[in-house]
Design a protein around this ligand. Structure first.
Ligand SMILES: [Zn+2]
Length: 198
């Protein structure tokens, strides 16, 4: 695991399989108003790049809407990792999506148990993301996946800090507000005081 103990260090991606969940939430970049899942083709490319679907699969608008529902429910769920409690609407959404995913326990050739979707197509691809959430919860790492405290950003990030106190994503484009200015000021001070040791 990459140690990120200092707030001024750019964050490393979440460890697998939570990196999948993190990347999925971050398909929407609210600050630049871009969305990798804006079209069914975009969703197809994203799922194909991660081998979550076969190249023979087609992606429909209905699938895309399902993906967006999952993404926004997960964004709410990781927001709860910074604050307290998951709201009822998010729980309902996640339960609904988990039901559709039909995840079942199966054993691979190595004898290890896995959660696999019993459906096919795009639903199976999205189900893998839910399975990653489940594994992340079992390993105790899930609560480190957080939503950036900057409301105009909302980027998902992995808080590897010792005391789990991270609040912001620290991406370069997260900062067109007071928090960003405060962060940059802090960083300038930090860089200034350390300049002799680097
Ligand atoms: Zn941010």
């Amino acid at each position: 695991m990459v140690a990120v103990g200092d707030d001024s260090v750019k964050r490393a991606p979440a460890p697998a399989p939570l990196d999948l969940v993190e990347a999925f939430i971050n398909t929407a970049d609210l600050e630049t108003a871009s969305d990798e899942l804006a079209t069914p083709g975009g969703l197809r490319t994203w799922l194909l790049d991660r081998r979550l679907i076969n190249s023979s699969e087609s992606v429909r608008e209905r699938d895309r809407r399902q993906a967006i529902r999952l993404r926004e429910a997960l964004r709410h769920a990781v927001t709860a990792n910074s604050k307290a409690g998951v709201d009822r609407h998010t729980l309902r959404e996640l339960n609904h999506l988990a039901h559709d995913a039909q995840l079942v326990v199966s054993f691979g050739e190595d004898g290890a148990a896995r959660l696999n979707p019993s459906v096919g197509g795009v639903e199976a691809g999205l189900a893998q993301i839910l399975a990653a959430v489940f594994v992340g919860m079992l390993t105790g790492r899930w609560t480190r996946l957080k939503r950036c405290g900057n409301d105009t950003c909302q980027w998902a990030f992995y808080d590897a800090s010792k005391n789990r106190s991270g609040r912001w994503c620290e991406m370069a484009d997260c900062g067109n507000d007071a928090k960003g200015r405060a962060y940059r000021a802090r960083r300038r001070v930090a860089v200034g005081t350390r300049s002799s040791s680097h």
